[in-house]
Design a protein around this ligand. Structure first.
Ligand SMILES: Cc1cc2nc3c(=O)[nH]c(=O)nc-3n(C[C@H](O)[C@H](O)[C@H](O)COP(=O)(O)OP(=O)(O)OC[C@H]3O[C@@H](n4cnc5c(N)ncnc54)[C@H](O)[C@@H]3O)c2cc1C
Length: 120
C-alpha cells in the first residue's frame, strides 16, 4: 500500500499510475471536497508579505490553475541529459492539451497579439 499525501496534480497522477499497475494506493487529503466553482473561497491565508497562492481542498491548487500547460524546465533538463518528453506527451494526451482557439483569447491579449502581428 502506498499512501499519497495531497490530491493535486502531483498526487493524483502518481496515484493513477500506481493503481493502473495494481499497486494499492490511498490518498490522504487535508481539505474538504468542494465544487470546483467554489475553489476561489479556499485560498490559504499566508503572511501579507508572502505572495503565495495555494488552496486546501480536494484537487488542491490544481483546480484553481489557469490551465496553461507548459513543459516546465524542458530545455534545462536536456542540459543535464534528462529527457522526459515521452512523459510530457503522455500527460498532454491524458488531459487533452491543445492549442487555444482564437475565440477564447481575451480582448487585451488579442490587442497585444495584433500589435505583434500574430492575429489578423
Ligand atoms: C491561481 C493559480 C493559477 C495557476 N495557473 C497555472 C497554469 O496556468 N499552468 C500551470 O502549469 N500551473 C499553474 N499554477 C500552478 C499549478 O496549479 C501548481 O503548480 C500545481 O497545481 C501544483 O500541484 P501539486 O499537486 O504539487 O499541489 P496542489 O495541487 O496544491 O496539491 C496539494 C494538495 O495537498 C493537500 N495538502 C496539503 N497539506 C496537506 C496535509 N498536511 N495533509 C493532507 N493533504 C495536504 C492540499 O489540500 C492539496 O489538495 C497555478 C497556480 C495558481 C494558484
Amino acid at each position: 500500500m502506498v499512501i499519497i499525501v495531497g490530491s493535486g496534480a502531483g498526487g493524483a497522477i502518481i496515484a493513477r499510475e500506481l493503481a493502473k499497475n495494481e499497486i494499492p494506493v490511498t490518498i490522504i487529503e487535508k481539505g474538504p471536497y468542494i465544487d470546483s466553482k467554489d475553489a476561489f473561497n479556499y485560498y490559504d491565508a499566508y503572511n501579507d508579505s508572502v505572495d503565495l497562492l495555494t488552496t486546501t481542498c480536494v484537487g488542491g491548487a490544481t483546480i484553481v490553475s489557469m490551465s496553461n500547460m507548459v513543459r516546465a524546465l524542458d530545455s534545462e533538463l536536456h542540459e543535464y541529459g534528462i529527457d522526459i518528453s515521452d512523459e510530457y506527451e503522455y500527460v498532454e494526451e491524458l488531459v487533452g492539451v491543445h492549442d487555444l482557439d482564437d475565440s477564447h483569447i481575451g480582448k487585451g491579449t488579442q490587442l497585444f497579439w495584433m500589435l505583434e502581428g500574430n492575429l489578423d
